[in-house]
Design a protein. Structure first.
Length: 494
C-alpha cells in the first residue's frame, strides 16, 4: 500500500494535493483539493475541491458523504468499515491503494486529526479484486451494488428535451421494463416527534424490489425529504435518488400519498425548530404528538403510476423553483435509510417476481423494522401481478345488481354495466391480438434480447394505459348512476 500523510509542510511534495480547510468534530467535515483524478467506491472524482463528511446518524457513523466545494451537490454516499491505528492521527491522513498504471489512484482510508479509528472504504467486488491483485493484499469488498452506485451529476436546461430532469444525484441504471404500479397501503403511526415520512418506492437489482415506506428522523432541523423517482431518459428508465434539503424538489409528479401528491409536500411544516404534522394526510397519535394541524388536501390526480416520461408515464415537468431547489444545499439519504434499502434488497419477498406487485411489507414505522407490530402489508386492492399483456389482467368480479327500488331503473343500470364490461373485454382482446402479432413478427426477425425487452416494455405500458382507462370509465359510470334520482321517493312528512 502507498500512504500519504497530509500535513501543511508536505503539500508541495504530493502528487495529489489535499488540505483540511475547516474541521468539525461532530461530522469530521474536511475539505480536500485533488490535482489529479481519484477513485472512490462507485465513481472517480475529477481534479477539484471536495468536502468529506460523516453522515448524521446515531445508528451508524461509518457513512462518508462527498460534496462539491460549496456543498450544493452530493456526489457520493459511501459505506465504510472501521480502520484502526495505534497512534492518533496528528493531522488528516488519506491512504491510497496501488492501481494499474492506466487508472487513477484509489482512496483506501481517511483518518481525522486526533482519531485512532478512521474510515476504510469498501469497494464493489470486481474493483476490490483488481486492487487486491495490484497491492498483494486483500481489499474489503461487497456484492451490494446498490450501496455504491455510480453517481452522475449533470445540469441541462429544461428546454433541451421533453424528458430532461433537474440536476440531482442519479443512479445510472438502464432498465427497459417500466416499474410496477405503486402498491396501496396504510401509513404506520408516526413513532415520535421529529420523524418525517419517506414514501416507499420500487428500486432495481436484476428485478424490481419494493423499498417500504418508513418514518425517518430528519438529519437537520428544517430539512424535508424529496422522494426518489424513475424517469424515462435516452431510451431507458433512470433512477433519480432522493435527498434531504430545506425545500422539496421535483420527484417526477409521482403520487406517493401521505403528503406527497406529485408536487411539494403537504404532510407537515417546520415552525420555530419543531415539525408540525398535518393530521389530514398522516397517522399521528395526538395524545403523544401535540404539534399538529389539520388541512385537507384536494387530490386532482390520484394515480399509481410510478415513473415519469415515456409511454404511459407521468407528464409532470420540474418548475423553475424545483430546478433551483435541486441546486441548493442538500444531503443524500442518511445511514438508516441506506441500511433500510440494503435490507429491502436482501429480502426476496419484496421482489416483484415474488410478490407480483403486492409486497408483504409495504411500510414500517422505523427504518429496517421487520416485526409484525412495526410493519404494514399491502391492501388487497393490489393483489395481482403487474400485467404485461391484456391476458395477464385479472378480471374484475361483476358488480352487484343495482337496488334502487325501481325495477325498470335497476334493469337499465345492470344493462349499462354489462355493456361496459363487454366493451372492456373486446378492447382487451383486440390489444392482445395486436401484441401477439408483434411477437410473431419479432420471432421471424430473430430479434435479440434487447429488442425483446423493448417490445415487452412497450406492451406493459399499453396494458397499463388500458387498465387505467377502463378503471376511469367504470368509475364514471358508477358516479353517473349514483347521481341519477331514484324513481321511488320518500313519503312526505305529515
Amino acid at each position: 500500500m502507498k500512504y500519504h500523510r497530509l500535513a501543511i509542510f508536505l503539500l508541495s511534495a504530493l502528487l495529489i494535493v489535499a488540505g483540511t480547510i475547516r474541521a468539525d468534530e461532530k461530522n469530521k467535515k474536511s475539505v480536500f483539493t485533488f490535482q489529479d483524478p481519484v477513485q472512490v467506491p462507485g465513481t472517480v472524482l475529477p481534479p477539484g475541491t471536495y468536502v468529506f463528511k460523516l453522515a448524521s446518524s446515531q445508528s451508524d457513523r461509518h457513512i462518508v458523504q462527498i460534496y462539491n466545494q460549496d456543498e450544493s451537490q452530493l456526489i457520493a454516499t459511501i459505506l465504510t468499515i472501521p480502520n484502526s491505528q495505534l497512534e492518533p492521527a496528528g493531522s488528516t491522513i488519506l491512504m491510497y491503494a496501488q492501481t494499474p498504471p492506466d487508472e487513477p489512484q484509489a482512496l483506501e482510508a481517511w483518518f481525522y486529526p486526533g482519531d485512532n479509528t478512521g474510515q476504510q472504504f469498501v469497494y464493489p467486488r470486481r474493483k476490490a479484486a483488481e486492487l487486491s491483485s495490484a497491492n498483494a493484499v486483500g481489499v474489503p469488498s461487497t456484492d451490494d451494488a446498490q450501496a455504491y452506485p455510480e453517481v452522475v451529476t449533470q445540469t441541462a436546461p429544461a428546454s433541451e428535451s421533453a424528458d430532461v430532469q433537474p440536476a440531482v444525484a442519479q443512479v445510472r441504471i438502464s432498465v427497459a421494463i417500466a416499474p410496477p404500479l405503486l402498491p396501496v397501503y396504510e401509513q404506520p403511526i408516526c413513532p415520535g416527534d421529529g420523524y418525517i415520512w419517506t414514501p416507499g418506492y420500487w428500486a432495481w437489482d436484476d428485478d424490481y424490489y419494493w423499498v417500504p415506506g418508513t418514518w425517518v428522523l430528519a438529519p437537520e432541523v428544517g430539512f424535508l425529504w424529496t422522494p426518489p423517482y424513475w424517469g424515462w431518459d435516452g431510451g431507458a428508465f433512470v433512477f433519480y435518488d432522493g435527498y434531504w434539503g430545506p425545500e422539496v424538489g421535483f420527484y417526477g409528479g409521482v403520487v406517493y400519498g401521505f403528503g406527497y401528491f406529485g408536487f411539494g409536500y403537504e404532510g407537515g411544516r417546520w415552525e420555530n425548530g419543531h415539525f408540525f404534522y398535518n393530521t389530514a394526510v398522516n397517522r399521528i397519535d395526538t395524545t403523544v404528538i401535540r404539534n399538529v394541524y389539520n388541512t385537507r388536501v384536494n387530490i386532482t390526480n390520484n394515480t399509481r403510476v410510478s415513473y415519469n416520461g415515456g409511454n404511459g408515464g407521468l407528464t409532470a415537468r420540474p418548475s423553475a423553483r424545483e430546478e433551483a431547489y435541486a441546486r441548493e444545499r442538500h444531503a443524500g439519504p442518511v445511514a438508516a435509510q441506506v441500511q433500510h434499502v440494503r435490507a429491502a434488497r436482501g429480502n426476496t419477498q419484496l421482489r416483484d417476481s415474488a410478490n407480483h406487485g403486492n409486497p408483504g411489507i409495504a411500510a414500517t414505522s422505523r427504518p429496517g423494522e421487520a416485526n409484525d407490530r412495526g410493519t404494514v402489508a399491502t391492501r388487497t386492492e393490489n393483489t395481482s401481478r403487474t400485467p404485461i399483456h391484456p391476458n395477464d389482467i385479472q378480471r374484475a368480479e361483476p358488480r352487484p345488481a343495482p337496488n334502487t327500488g325501481d325495477a325498470n331503473l335497476d334493469k337499465k343500470y345492470q344493462q349499462e354495466q354489462e355493456e361496459l364490461r363487454a366493451k372492456h373485454e373486446g378492447e382487451r382482446q383486440n390489444l392482445q391480438q395486436e401484441q401477439d402479432k408483434e411477437h410473431q413478427q419479432l420471432a421471424k426477425q430473430k430479434a435479440d434480447d434487447a429488442q425483446k425487452q423493448q417490445l415487452e416494455q412497450r406492451h406493459q405500458q399499453q396494458t397499463q394505459e388500458l387498465m387505467q382507462r377502463h378503471a376511469d370509465e367504470q368509475h364514471q359510470l358508477e358516479q353517473r348512476q349514483a347521481q341519477r334520482p331514484n324513481a321511488s321517493k320518500p313519503e312526505p312528512r305529515p
